[in-house]
Design a protein. Structure first.
Ligand SMILES: C[S@@+](CC[C@H](N)C(=O)[O-])C[C@H]1O[C@@H](n2cnc3c(N)ncnc32)[C@H](O)[C@@H]1O
Length: 288
């Protein structure tokens, strides 16, 4: 998936941001982020965690974030500006399309508040210095990157010796919503086969070995499962990969897909269960 796919998805992202943030909150807690002087959020999307970090961070801690989608960078910037201008003025999600489109990416408020967000690819971040950060977080990003080794090399480079990395990668076989959507897509004749196969990182052993390979030490890794707040058929949960397929399909196929999806949502609710997503989370240190 290239950055255009994510640009298009940025509008839906505002609505579903609560779920991935659950992984991030656990990760930040495990990393003890309140002790850090400089934090990097790599692949930050709409920056849903940034207001929380600013409120809880150590005095003078600097938060830097990047995403390769310019629309996501605008969304994160607009949210932060709204927060900095008026922290008590309602939900950040009530931000308008115009506020996002016209956002001032160079507002002096960002520097004053030690916040920076820029367009950048996690595989190559020449904008950032060697040994700059105490914490590097990347939630639900590394599995999407073309060359994961380059991403990890960059993470290692920008971290200070003794600095900590925290990453979250979804377990493909543990994503019930994704597998249900896939089933409905196949039944509606939109796709033939499972489009998103498990990557080479699907188990604890895979991810731990990957981190060791890149020089990290003191690895702690856990599986975590979270619910989606999905109680009705909801367009926001059609993930970007599926959205592209639906946009090109015939009306009959789209209708058939939605009717299948609707009954799957209802079946789940009849069991009094939510849809869930599972991920592998990991924290580790760059050696001193
Ligand atoms: C599933 S979202 C996760 C975003 C965010 N970390 C969160 O927890 O909500 C994936 C994000 O990674 C970004 N992304 C994907 N590949 C990237 C890359 N190579 N460099 C930077 N950002 C990337 C996408 O634009 C998207 O915003």
């Amino acid at each position: 998936m290239n950055h255009h796919t994510w640009d298009a998805y940025s509008k839906s992202y505002l609505n579903i941001q609560k779920n991935p943030a659950t992984f991030q909150l656990t990760l930040m807690n495990m990393l003890r982020f309140e002790q850090a002087d400089e934090i990097l959020d790599a692949g930050c999307a709409g920056g849903q965690l940034h207001q929380y970090i600013l409120q809880q961070r150590k005095k003078n801690c600097k938060l830097t974030a990047c995403d390769f989608s310019m629309e996501m960078v605008k969304l994160a910037s607009a949210r932060m500006l709204k927060f900095l201008n008026n922290p008590l003025d309602g939900a950040i999600s009530e931000i308008s399309a115009q506020e996002i489109e016209n956002v001032d990416l160079n507002s002096p408020l960002f520097e004053q508040n030690k916040y920076k967000v820029f367009q950048g690819d996690v595989q190559s971040l020449p904008q950032l210095n060697d040994n700059q950060f105490d914490i590097y977080i990347s939630n639900m990003v590394i599995h999407l990157v073309e060359n994961k080794d380059l991403a990890l090399q960059e993470a290692f480079r920008v971290l200070k010796p003794g600095g900590k990395i925290g990453i979250v990668i979804p377990v493909v076989s543990g994503n019930l919503l994704m597998s249900t959507l896939t089933k409905c897509f196949i039944q509606a004749g939109l796709i033939k086969d499972m489009p998103f196969k498990p990557t080479d990182i699907e188990t604890r052993e895979d991810i731990i070995n990957f981190l060791y390979k890149h020089g990290f030490k003191e690895i702690v890794c856990w599986n975590q499962t979270i619910p989606f707040d999905l109680f009705d058929i909801d367009d926001n949960y059609i993930f970007p990969q599926f959205r592209e397929i639906l946009d090109k399909a015939s009306k009959e196929q789209v209708d058939q897909f939605y009717s299948l999806y609707k009954s799957e949502v209802q079946n789940r609710l009849n069991l009094n269960l939510p849809f869930t997503v599972e991920a592998l989370s990991l924290i580790a240190k760059k050696p001193l």
